[in-house]
Design a protein around this ligand. Sequence first.
Ligand code: S3P
Length: 170
Amino acid sequence: MIVLVGFMGAGKTTIGRVLAGQLGLPFADSDLVIEQRTGRQVRHIFAEDGEPAFRALEHEVIADLLDGPDAVLALGGGAPEHPGVQTALKAAVAKQAEVVYLQVGYQQAMQRVAGDEYRPLLARPGLDDLYQHRLDVYGSVASLTIATDGRRPEAISQDVIEHLLQAPSG
Ligand code: S3P
């Protein structure tokens, strides 16, 4: 199991798809699974039910995905803040999963996601503080950290594969 974490705009979904294709594994994105299960958009869940309800749903979906068949999983940027997700990720790493933290600079992240109306957090004040706070959170759950600024998804995917070859995991 390979799990991608990082801030909005780190490239989790794009890199996840490339990586899954190269490894011949299925790909899942927790936001998309939430949308499929509920039939609602993430931004509507945030607006109508509030963030705590979204986080609970997100935790449930991620726990199910981690229990499921081997895959490349991209997690929503806020997921690793949930204590239940942290516990599930640590348990997964103990069972040889790789949790890859895709690092992105704040400016680059904002350039990549600017104006995306599907990301409710972009409209929130203090986003730079949230970014700073999350750096530690991502670092604490990761088994591998890769810088993404100015790099192509294919090159980043290749870095992950090279790491897996050096330290084979199940
Ligand atoms: C969020 C990130 C989003 C999505 C939701 C909340 C966050 O996912 O889960 O809008 O808290 O950072 P991406 O990281 O894929 O944009």
